[in-house]
Design a protein around this ligand. Sequence first.
Ligand code: SAH
Length: 262
Amino acid sequence: MTATPQHAPPQAAGGWVVIAGLGPGDEALVTPEVAAAIADATDVVGYLPYVRRVADRPGLRRHESDNRVEIERARHALSLAAEGGRVVVVSSGDPGVFAMASAVFEAVEHGLPGWRTLDIRVLPGVTAMLAAAARVGAPLGHDFCAINLSDNLKPWSLVERRLRLAVEADFAMALYNPRSKARPDGFGQALALLRTLCKPARLLVFARAVSTPEEAIQIVPLAQAEPEMADMRTVVLVGAATTRLIPRDPRPFVYTPRSVSA
Ligand code: SAH
């Protein structure tokens, strides 16, 4: 199959910014569209571990930055493109899911007027929750939501409110950024809250480093879930009340039926 690059800039000489998702880790999950944009780029910009996933080649300038400097990184990418650079801003998974796409648009909204006329495109990627769900079956097969458990950019009270309302609405949930060294306690508090709202048999999937050599999957009822089962490389899927287990070896299937009776 030949990939048709959708990202070709209107004028060959013009700079552009592509905000691309690299998927959860496996090279096979990088879309042909993203691979084509990277092949055509002069600059790759992003958080250090993500830039390292892009193979080196002559003529490709690499701009690696630390975590938590998303706006500076976005402004840098836009400046490079304004100077004629063909710039790929890389995120893991999908760039629109708790990642760089919003940061770039925030920089555009508050930045130089000329940035608004730049050729800026977002190329989707396979987000962690979809890769994790596919590993175990179809836990997100009915209505679901995604919640970022990091309280770096929002108050923890809002995280708890959204968890409570998601349980009330009986969404399955994908919990991103569950736990980090800087935030060791929030996930334990989230589990404690879920225990007050859901039955002990509610199914949880801890999916770590999906599609990488370090992949590890644990499926447990809420009663057996421990905070230490999650880290920064884990996405936690919380089943809806209807989510079911099909026992088999070596690992059960987990799925949420498509229908709910009135
Ligand atoms: N844009 C990314 C999410 C970035 S936030 C995406 O769409 O997937 C970072 C969080 O994503 C991590 O804390 C973890 O919860 C999740 N994550 C990213 N890659 C993952 C992977 N390979 N396996 C499991 N979770 C992953």
